[in-house]
Design a protein around this ligand. Structure first.
Ligand SMILES: *[C@@H]1O[C@H](CO)[C@@H](O)[C@H](O)[C@H]1NC(C)=O
Ligand SMILES: *[C@@H]1O[C@H](CO)[C@@H](O)[C@H](O)[C@H]1NC(C)=O
Ligand SMILES: *[C@@H]1O[C@H](CO)[C@@H](O)[C@H](O)[C@H]1NC(C)=O
Ligand SMILES: *[C@@H]1O[C@H](CO)[C@@H](O)[C@H](O)[C@H]1NC(C)=O
Length: 574
């Protein structure tokens, strides 16, 4: 199985615009060369059309690009590389790396696609949002048994444990303190030969030894965070929702990623005195290497399953299961998926596998946590897959699925699921907890969560977030201090002030729904959430009362599936 990597470059292929179809393309003559007028015409038109960014242009651009690729693949790659710096506003070496690693995948997918049959419009919508939304035609998930009429979640036992949630670690082994933090590459704070700035001996902003808002995690920061976890909690278990390597996607390959994964997992194992349940992120190496790294925590059946699918199902305690999904099968920047995407809407039958696991858990009256990296609620989870996943959550919640955990956005967040199109307190059935990132990339403080979990219901009674204020990093360096890790907030206390709940009640989906209603009525409550969502970083953009922003964000919180989201469908490159 090919495990995909993040593909920023693929945004290139769909951002191209092309004013009118070129003649002679319907009858391509094998491989035309560079000087051929047809090739010249295509290349010129693709470049000229770059300024237009509408649906028609995007679709025409895909046709032109596919035609160019069929005529001369090498020239298609060359063209990708040429237009990349202006399009992605990045440097030539980044573009070259992206074209070399991801370009062939993009062209394979384009060649296999049925552009006239609807793939063109679908791609333009899914990737850039310049075309209108697609009808969600994912059909109906099939379930082995119908939902038991008397299905209820078990009561809480009163016994609580601490669970650590780590996400988006993004360790950068090439991080250099003192280097330039303001650069024109996807991630900064490295000794680059060129960083996009005009020649200068002193950095515009020098990277601190603890990290920077435009950079990934130095090991020193990661170790300091884990040390703080050990001071404030004794987690009975930990979940890690993906993305160990840095954002140097134009350089990353198996050879660079494997040692980064190994060093990171070994560091976690040496500092954390608990079992970590990991999941595959969009930046990870192949499943074979991950399986080797995860052997210290997972039983052998789970390791076998990781090798085969990048997913596993394991039971840390009697009556409790963790199912770890490989959400690269829904990730929209995974260009392998588009090869067959209108027939392969459940790639490798992972959702079918998930249903079988959940059915077994229902039969055995077990409680399940689902963990994954890209949240199905998130804009970059392909809509068909997301809509099918939603049906699975509806079928097995709340009596089997206790909670779900994802990462990927780097923000401290959540999303809700409902058993009806009417999104009300009565129909709210499940919560996806989206964990804050370890990395400060971009403009966020580093952080982690501790959950208070009942070991009878496996529901969450509190979610506590800890952060450090990275804006003080230069002071820590100057004074020899260490990061100011501190308790940021308790969800129960912060939002319980607006939606009171009794001691015996968990932070249920209905409670969270009420919290979103409080956000609608009370801007102070919303602004409090907005600050926590960005981990109290001083660089969070504003979400101003009276603008479209707060309503769109509340809509997103209630969007367990990506097609229900309201905020803009811009590029997401986490
Ligand atoms: C969604 O899945 C259905 C099959 O259920 C398929 O017919 C349709 O083309 C898919 N849509 C997209 C955009 O892939
Ligand atoms: C490690 O955890 C065990 C129980 O989970 C505890 O008894 C032991 O004290 C912990 N060790 C340290 C160094 O925290
Ligand atoms: C797409 O389908 C072809 C032909 O069935 C198959 O060889 C290929 O592996 C499929 N691609 C993916 C990503 O599953
Ligand atoms: C949600 O709010 C409604 C209406 O105020 C209230 O009846 C209900 O008990 C609340 N539920 C939770 C879980 O907060």
């Amino acid at each position: 199985m090919r495990l995909p990597t993040v593909i920023l470059a693929a945004t290139l292929a769909v951002s191209l615009t092309y004013s009118s179809p070129a003649p002679a393309l319907s009858n391509p003559q094998a491989t035309l060369n560079y000087d051929d007028p047809v090739i010249q015409r295509l290349r010129t038109d693709i470049k000229n059309a770059l300024s237009q960014r509408d649906c028609h242009g995007c679709i025409a651009g895909l046709f032109a690009f596919k035609a160019l690729s069929t005529l001369n693949r090498k020239l298609a790659l060359l063209t990708l590389n040429e237009i990349c710096p202006a399009l992605l506003k990045t440097e030539k070496d980044v573009c070259l790396g992206l074209t070399e690693t991801q370009g062939p995948v993009i062209l394979d997918s384009l060649e296999a696609s049925n552009l006239a049959g609807g793939d063109a419009k679908a791609l333009c919508y899914q990737l850039t949002g310049v075309c209108g939304p697609l009808p969600i035609t994912s059909g109906t998930m099939e379930f082995p048994k119908s939902r038991p009429p008397d299905a209820v979640a078990p009561p809480a036992s009163g016994n609580q444990i601490d669970v650590l949630h780590l996400s988006d670690w993004h360790y950068d082994p090439l991080y250099v303190p003192g280097s330039e933090a303001v650069c024109k590459k996807p991630t900064c704070c490295r000794d680059y030969k060129t960083d996009g700035n005009s020649k200068s001996t002193t950095p515009i902003r020098a990277a601190s030894s603890w990290g920077d808002y435009a950079c990934d995690t130095p090991m020193k920061l990661a170790k300091s965070l884990l040390g703080h976890v050990q001071e404030v909690a004794q987690p009975a278990l930990a979940i890690l929702t993906g993305d160990i390597p840095p954002h140097d996607i134009w350089l990353a390959d198996e050879a660079t990623v494997v040692p980064i994964e190994k060093e990171s997992y070994d560091t976690m194992a040496s500092i954390l005195n608990t079992t970590v349940y990991p999941t595959v992120g969009n930046h990870e190496a192949g499943p074979v290497n991950l399986a080797d790294d995860w052997e210290k925590w997972l039983p052998s059946e789970a390791i076998e399953s990781v090798r085969d699918y990048g997913a596993y199902n394991t039971s840390p305690r009697k009556g409790f299961r963790i199912i770890s999904l490989n959400t690269n099968f829904c990730y929209r920047n995974n260009y392998y998926l588009y090869e067959n995407w209108t027939t392969l809407y459940d790639p490798f039958h992972q959702l079918k596998w998930l249903v079988n696991q959940l059915q077994a858990a229902e039969d055995a009256k077990e409680r399940v946590w689902i963990i994954g990296h890209v949240g199905p609620s998130q804009i970059d989870c392909i809509q068909n897959w997301s809509a099918l996943y939603y049906q699975v959550v509806q079928r097995y919640s709340p009596h089997v699925i206790a909670e779900q955990f994802f990462g990927h956005t780097h923000r401290d967040d959540f999303a809700l699921y409902y058993n009806s199109d009417q999104k009300t307190v009565k129909s709210a059935i499940a919560t996806a907890w989206i964990g804050p990132s370890v990395t400060p990339f971009r403009n966020l403080n580093p952080g982690y969560r501790i959950y208070k979990v009942d070991t009878g219901s496996w529901n969450i009674f509190d979610s506590e977030t800890y952060v450090a204020d990275l804006s003080k990093a230069a002071i820590w360096d100057a004074t020899g201090a260490t990061p100011d890790w501190h308790f940021e907030y308790s969800a129960r206390k912060a939002y319980g002030a607006h939606v009171p709940l009794a001691d015996h009640e968990p932070l249920s989906a209905s409670w969270w729904h009420n919290v979103t209603e409080a956000f609608e009525k009370n801007d102070d409550a919303f602004q409090q959430y907005w600050t926590y969502r960005g981990k109290s970083a001083k660089r969070i953009p504003e979400c101003v009362k009276g603008s479209a922003c707060p309503a769109n964000i509340v809509c997103d919180l209630r969007a367990g599936k990506s097609s229900d989201m309201c905020s803009s469908r811009g590029f997401v490159t986490n």
